[in-house]
Design a binder for this molecule. Structure first.
Ligand SMILES: Nc1nc2c(ncn2[C@@H]2O[C@H](COP(=O)(O)OP(=O)(O)OP(=O)(O)O)[C@@H](O)[C@H]2O)c(=O)[nH]1
Ligand SMILES: [Mg+2]
Length: 389
């Protein structure tokens, strides 16, 4: 199983940087030189500045049109770098990490996703994006809604992380960002780490690809963990990973097409009866009725860890709210614009043109004489010239 992580924009490159810390192959792409310099783990030769001729390396200030143009202009540079990292061995999944609300990530990610799909048709492109906070207001919300629309037509799945779910923890925002970035990486990394690994019943790359090849719909990763000696019911722990507090997106899990559950822990705890009870329940609950499973008994383990992936989700409060709010904002903006135009037209209506007020000039009306007289009298040469002619 080979994954390549490509971060776009500040949020995306910060997340990609953490993937690099835990030894994933990662690439950082941004319009801001300062933000690229700030990364800690991705080596400098894997940091690509795009759109320099457009922005001077200073970011695009939440304008996705500029983000899109920057990516278009420097796409050959980015694709060459991707090609040189990949070499001759296929990549199973490209994970594109970004923030839905900014300019570089929102504008650039769909352009890159499309190019990757075209160049690597056998690889999956999975978008992993952070949804803006409600308080961020009109621009990030509109950027997010339009980018959701675009990516849903290109990407295989969109793993959306709702930043609003973090606010509830009461951390200050940069700490909250750090924490969510860290846990997103932890979850995806633990899921990938369990693919193609020997176990009781194992998951392989094709299972994961099957689950994530879900026609541009949403996916979410759930997680639950407990100390082995405190687990009263493994079945309960598995179900907990699917509940709202385990997921990063408010989603109706019944609308999911596929699920995948990986359980890792001491062998005496991974009892078939408990596991099948929970998995049967989930299989019946989701619409697609397909749950892939992997069990990884490990005698050295003191904790039980459950990582779940739900995909093919079309019903999500988090997403609906963004789309509906964006439509409302856009409608309000367009109405305001129309109103301003009507007001302007009404106010200016009935004004005459110059022709209505002034007599039309006739030939000879404007006499050169007058023009020269108006010129500063301290310029005698010109006057002399005039008199001679
Ligand atoms: N989860 C998470 N969200 C973030 C983080 N940084 C920014 N965001 C969110 O991402 C959006 C802003 O995206 P950025 O990545 O900062 O913007 P950008 O893509 O670099 O684009 P420009 O700055 O406009 O050039 C906002 O909606 C933020 O809420 C982060 O570290 N973690
Ligand atoms: Mg930025």
């Amino acid at each position: 199983m080979r994954a390549l992580i490509i971060g776009v924009g500040q949020c995306g490159t910060k997340i990609a940087d953490l993937f690099s810390l835990v030894d994933f192959e990662a690439l950082a792409v941004n319009t801001s030189r300062g933000d690229l310099d700030y990364l800690k783990h991705i080596p400098p030769e894997r940091r690509i500045l795009i759109g320099e001729s457009l922005t001077g390396g200073k970011g695009v200030n939440a304008n996705p049109l500029l983000g899109r143009e920057a990516m278009r202009r420097d796409l050959p540079l980015v694709m060459r770098k991707v090609g040189s990292i990949i070499g001759y061995e296929d990549v199973d999944i490209f994970f594109l990490t970004f923030g839905f609300g900014g300019g570089t990530g929102a504008g650039g990610t769909p352009v890159l996703a499309e190019a990757l799909k075209e160049e690597y048709p056998d690889s999956l492109v999975v978008a992993v994006g952070a949804l803006p906070l409600k308080e961020e207001g009109i621009r990030p919300t509109i950027n997010a809604a339009i980018t959701i629309d675009k990516l849903s037509k290109i990407a295989d799945s969109i793993i959306a992380i709702d930043n609003n779910k973090l606010k509830e923890t009461g951390d200050d925002i940069s700490r909250a960002y750090e924490r969510i970035n860290y846990t997103v990486v932890e979850r995806i990394a633990s899921l990938l780490a369990l693919v193609d690994v020997p176990g009781e019943q194992t998951l392989d790359a094709s299972d994961l690809k099957f689950v994530l090849k879900a026609f541009g719909s949403f996916a979410t990763i759930g997680y639950s963990k407990a100390e082995a000696n405190k687990v009263k019911s493994l079945s309960r722990l598995i179900l907990k990973s699917f509940e709202s507090e385990g997921l990063y997106l408010n989603a109706n899990i019944e609308s999911a097409l596929y699920g995948l559950v990986a359980i890792h822990g001491p062998p005496e705890l991974l009892k078939a009866k408990d596991i099948f009870e929970a998995l049967d329940y989930l299989t019946n609950k989701i619409r697609g009725k397909q749950i892939f499973r992997g069990f990884y008994p490990d005698p050295r383990e003191r904790e039980v860890e459950v990582v779940t992936l739900l995909s093919g989700i079309y019903e999500s409060d988090s997403i609906e709210e963004i789309i509906l709010t964006a439509k409302e904002y856009a409608r309000a903006f367009m109405n305001a614009k129309e109103e301003a135009e009507t007001k302007k037209e009404e106010l200016l209506k009935g004004l005459p043109d110059f022709d209505d007020v002034y007599p039309a000039p006739e030939d000879g009306d404007i006499r050169l004489e007058d023009v020269f007289n108006a010129i500063d009298k301290d310029v005698p040469d010109i006057k002399k010239l005039r008199r001679k002619s």
